[in-house]
Structure formats: C-alpha cells, structure tokens
Design a protein around this ligand. Structure first.
Ligand code: TPP
Ligand code: SF4
Ligand code: MG
Length: 252
C-alpha cells in the first residue's frame, strides 16, 4: 500500500478525530486511492456536510473542498460538477448527514445517475453531537436518544442506493483497507453515480454507550455485523440472518 498519502494533507493540519475513530482510517484509504489512481489533486473537489465524517476532507485534504450545509453535500457536489464537468467530484460525509438529513438528495442523485461518487462513513450514530440514534443504528443498540435500545429497523445503505437505481454500491469495513481502496478507485473511475459505504466504528460515542470497553471491542462489534459477499447465497446486500454483506454490488 502506498506510503505517500500524507502528502495530500493540508500542511500543518492535525487530524480532528478521537483515538481509534474509524474515520481516520477511511481518510487514509481515500488518499491512497487518489494516489494509486494518479489523479491530479488540483482537479478534484471533495464535498462534505456536517459531522465528524465531514471533517475527513475539510479541513484535512489539501485540495478544493466544500464543507457545506448539513445534509446538502450531494446537491452542492452536483452543482459543482455541472459547473465544471472536468472536476472529479467526490462527496465524503457521515450516515446522519447523507442518509438522515440529506436522504432525499441521496436517493434522487442515485435515481438520476448524477456523475459523482459518494463515500459514506457509516458509524451507526450521530457521533459529533453526542451519539444520537440515526437511520443506520442497529436494532437494540443504545444511544443517547434510545437509552432502552433502538426499536426501529436500520437502512441497508447499499440496498437503498441500488433500489434507487444507483449502478454501483460497495460496502467494506475501514479495516479492510485493500478492498476499500479498490472499491473507492472503481467508484471514482466509473461514470455516473457511485456509492461506497465504509463501516467506520465510533468508539467514543456508539462504543461507550453500548458497553464496549475498548477500541478493539468497537471494531469487533462492527465486524460481527458483516459477512463477505462470497459466503452468502445470493447477490443481495444482506443475508438471511440480517448480516450486512461486504462486497461490491452492481445494477444492470
Ligand atoms: C441543520 C442542523 N441540524 C442538526 C445539526 C446538529 N448536527 C451536527 S453534526 C450532526 C450529526 C452528524 O452525523 P453523521 O453525519 O453521522 O456524522 P458523524 O459525526 O457520526 O461522523 C448533527 C445532527 C446541525 N449542525 N445542523
Ligand atoms: S465522536 Fe466518534 S465519530 Fe466523532 S471523532 Fe470521535 S470516535 Fe470519531
Ligand atoms: Mg455517523
């Protein structure tokens, strides 16, 4: 794996994440993908909304970045791409930002096959604001707003994007570096709307509220929710036991 990813960081920046945060790993994987593709960083635009995940590109990346209104990263990205079609336009934001607050933008961008890549850092809660429930929180999980356990079913993000018409969706844990880098590269290279979901543990909020005593435990919990797609019986994004499949999914 390329060791050169740090050269894409804004000079002097301190990565603004808690120890063990999955977003830190995702940041690295995105920059490794950019480096391996040999892209001109000056011709890239990264767009993010509000949340810890929104801090991955901005302030960290030394490219053009748009750190925009909560839930509005996708329409900002579409606007920028329309204004300058040569820009490689990549949204990097959180599950709460992209799927709760901005969910309508996400599904319609997929339906319209807008020429952008969306990378969603899914930590299954609103990390920045203290760990509230969101539409990706697993059933039964404790959050600040569900102290007795979440009673509503979470979205399966890859299924959501596929159902909306998105041609390419992929899901990996942030610890699956090689696979995640390959998926990000594929998504950036493929024309049209592409989506990568990175399962990114939040030990500080989600982990602590669910009695995970260490960073390792937070990673084990997330890993236990997944199954490699090759081991499942069909091309669905979730298996019959409800496990999220990791892999790449394409519509015809
Ligand atoms: C309009 C508006 N509503 C609510 C908030 C509060 N808020 C800030 S970040 C955030 C959640 C972000 O969650 P997510 O996108 O999952 O990012 P994470 O912090 O989990 O990485 C919320 C609700 C806000 N800043 N603006
Ligand atoms: S609160 Fe959670 S998501 Fe935010 S930086 Fe800390 S560990 Fe990461
Ligand atoms: Mg989140």
């Amino acid at each position: 794996m390329s060791a050169d990813w740090r050269k894409y960081l804004r000079p002097g920046v301190t990565l603004p994440f808690c120890p063990g945060c999955g977003h830190r790993l995702l940041l690295k994987h995105i920059l490794v993908a950019v480096d391996e593709l040999g892209l001109d960083f000056d011709q890239m635009l990264f767009v993010s909304g509000i949340g810890c995940a929104g801090w991955i590109p901005s302030p960290c990346f030394n490219s053009d970045t748009l750190h925009c209104l909560h839930g509005r990263a996708v329409p900002f990205a579409i606007g920028a791409k329309l204004a300058n079609p040569k820009l490689t336009t990549v949204v990097v934001s959180g599950d709460g930002d992209l799927v709760d607050i901005g969910g309508n933008h996400l599904i319609h961008a997929a339906r319209r096959d807008e020429d952008i890549t969306v990378i969603c850092a899914n930590n299954m809660n609103y990390g920045m604001t203290g760990g509230q429930v969101c539409s990706t929180t697993p059933l039964g999980a404790t959050t600040h707003t569900t102290p007795r356990g979440n009673t509503t079913r979470p979205f399966d993000l890859c299924a959501l994007v596929r159902g909306a018409g998105g041609k390419y969706a992929a899901r990996y844990l942030v610890t699956q570096g090689d696979a995640l880098v390959a998926a990000i590269k594929r998504a950036i290279q493929m024309p049209g709307f592409t989506f990568v979901e990175a399962l990114s543990p939040c030990p500080t909020q989600f982990g602590r509220q669910n009695r995970m005593d260490s960073i390792k435990e937070a990673y084990r919990y997330t890993e236990a929710m997944t199954l490699p797609r090759e081991l499942a019986s069909s091309g669905e994004t979730r298996d019959t036991a409800g496990l999220l499949l990791t892999g790449e999914f394409e519509n015809d």
